[in-house]
Design a protein around this ligand. Sequence first.
Ligand code: MTE
Ligand code: MO
Length: 219
Amino acid sequence: MADDPDTPEDSKLTRSKSRWAELGKFLTGLTSRPEDARLPPGQHLVRNWPVLDLGQTPQVPKDRWRLDVDGAVPALVSMNFAQFMGHAHESRTCDIHCVTTWSRYDNRFEGMSTTRLLELADPLPEATHVVLHSNDGYTTNLALEDFARPENLIAYSWNGEPLTLEHGGPVRLVVPHLYFWKSAKWLRRIEFVTADHPGFWEVRGYHNRGDPWKEERYS
Ligand SMILES: Nc1nc2c(c(=O)[nH]1)N[C@H]1C(S)=C(S)[C@@H](COP(=O)(O)O)O[C@H]1N2
Ligand SMILES: [Mo]
């Protein structure tokens, strides 16, 4: 079973982001659909790739890395890095949208699809949600159908290079159809659950689902 570190103390940035959620900062009140425009409402395009996290960068060398898949599954699935790489054969290009209003186009990730992970884990029929647990103590929740989207990747590479530590390496989740806080960096554990368990930002005022096209920034 995964041994999660304690949830980190709220930093100054965490407190101000929770406050923005209270105030509805960045909300435009507009909605848009992917077929109308490439950029969701209230977003602006960046060319660099900003780093956003709780400020603790967990360094897990590849030879000590593990991914556990547990909870509402018939049996624990646990992979070391080599075993994970044996399943990681997909390449996908996507746009990413951060709730703090930046978006970045054309990111090519490589990794294991969540479809493949679901085949391996074979969650029980009672499983309705997924909780992602990270090595920095971060958590985030997804409905099973959002986790299962065919474009999602458990990624080890970005634009042809290994995912850097600051962007969640060695392995992170990428869920392009939702705001990027759902894309857990430094992925450690995938827990299937039979009820929804809001994660780090979801209990601090962020929207439970986070669809950028509906501007679901805050709850
Ligand atoms: N483990 C972990 N994953 C995380 C976070 C975090 O603090 N810890 N921050 C989230 C947020 S708020 C965003 S916007 C993206 C940022 O990813 P990036 O730093 O690669 O741009 O990671 C998400 N995944
Ligand atoms: Mo974010």
